[in-house]
Design a protein around this ligand. Structure first.
Ligand code: NAD
Length: 378
């Protein structure tokens, strides 16, 4: 084991956790990987056989005393695992969504304050250098007056996605909140990025939050939704999101719309397109690409030099207000006549005819599907 390097443990090594395991094993010059934990055995071929593998988080913490713990496990395990890691004396890199409810968020904040440890949340797009560049575009007036921020997510998920884990598409399991829907999980980065662009990341930055929740799939959660936020300074932030795309999945984006120009940020690609505000559907006038800092590297730098965290827990309070609104709502099932079951490459999925256009209208007109009178929402 490497002397002097921060002791790091990985909790959750399959699913998205595989990327946490990869990040750790690619940084063995920066960290000492002291253990991993998952209820399923490791088959990655990445682990040095001397690294102990645990199936129980408490045992991992007790036996390996990590200084940093990364967590990529089901949403409803986030609070107990993060709390245990903080109380054992570790800093935490916790996957999004941070937790399942605003009460759990307040509790985790309190535990972090009590233990003096930090929690970075895995909204990895916040590591993009596009954010400071977009801040400058907004502040310099290059876009004109700010009209609003719109987000569009047109994704598709097959039946096998909803079957992959017992918690997929669930709102509650055995009385424990899960909140796994389009807003809170697959397209969560869209809301997080939009609130960051509006500089309204904290819980008390949001004056109004409204959600409009629908489901085409046979799940508990929403798969097709609108998020409408008005920030304390009056900025409108609206996202149209679906996992039931008509044709194919598109790169999701958030767009800062000004009176002169609009900057469309493809947050999975660190790419920004500029267009005249009068021609939002036209070809971009300019395309810019940016670097990205990994949230693990940023957490290591924070510990070593005090560099500010890119996504500290407190800055996900605005996002958690949206999660809270989702929990307070109830997704409306779409009528069979409003959906189609389609098949491609041997995989079946639900599709909502016309949805690609409706999510765009909702995002740019800052209105819910219901307010717009979308036929499936009647
Ligand atoms: N940042 C991103 O872009 C991104 C992308 C996908 C998923 N995620 C997040 O990652 C997390 C995990 O999502 P997923 O889709 O990989 O889930 P998953 O259910 O596919 O996998 C979770 C992993 O946790 C393990 N696990 C479950 N219960 C455990 C327990 N009690 N103790 C130890 N290990 C346990 C599972 O065996 C599995 O390896 C979620 O919070 C999700 O939102 C983030």
């Amino acid at each position: 084991m490497a002397e002097g390097l921060p002791r790091l443990a990985v909790v959750g090594i399959h699913g998205y956790g595989a990327s946490h395991l990869r990040a750790a094993t690619e940084r063995l010059d920066k960290i000492d990987l002291v253990g991993v934990c998952d209820t399923k055995p490791d088959d990655s071929g990445r682990l040095d056989p001397r690294v102990p593998v645990f199936t129980d988080v408490a045992e991992l913490l007790d036996r390996t005393r990590p200084e940093i713990v990364t967590i990529a496990t089901p949403i409803h395990t986030h609070l107990p695992f993060a709390e245990a890691a903080l109380r054992s004396g570790a800093d935490v890199l916790l996957e999004k969504p941070p937790v399942a409810t605003l009460d759990q968020f307040d509790r985790l904040l309190a535990v972090a304050a009590e233990t003096g440890r930090v929690v970075q949340i895995g909204f990895q797009s916040l590591g993009s250098a596009a954010f400071p560049a977009l801040d400058t575009m907004i502040d310099s007036g290059r876009l004109g007056e700010l009209v609003g921020i719109s987000g569009v997510g047109v994704w598709l998920r097959t039946f096998s996605y909803w079957r992959r884990s017992a918690w997929a598409g669930r709102r509650v399991i055995d009385g424990v909140p899960v909140m796994d829907g389009v807003i809170t999980n697959p397209l969560a980065h869209a809301t997080s990025a939009a609130l960051r662009l509006a500089r309204a990341q904290r819980a008390d930055d949001l004056a109004e939050v409204e959600v409009d929740l629908f489901r085409a799939n046979a799940i508990e959660s929403d798969d097709t939704s609108v998020v409408r936020v008005v920030t304390n300074d009056g900025t409108r932030v609206t996202l149209g999101l679906t996992l039931c795309a008509e044709q194919s999945q598109e790169a999701p984006y958030v767009e800062v719309v000004g009176t002169e120009q609009a900057a469309r940020f493809f947050y999975t690609q660190d790419l920004v397109e500029l267009r005249p505000a009068a021609d939002l559907t036209g070809a971009p006038a300019e395309t810019l690409t940016y670097e990205r800092t990994s949230l693990l590297d940023n957490l290591l730098a924070h510990r070593a030099t005090g560099e500010p965290l890119l996504c500290p827990l407190i800055d996900t309070g605005g996002f958690m207000r949206v999660v809270d609104a989702v929990a307070a709502g109830e997704p409306r099932p779409l009528a069979p006549s409003a959906t189609e079951r389609v098949e491609a490459d041997g995989e079946q999925r639900m599709m909502i005819p016309g949805i690609d256009g409706w999510v765009r209208r909702a995002a740019y007109e800052h209105a819910t599907f219901t307010a717009l009178g979308a036929p499936f929402a009647r």
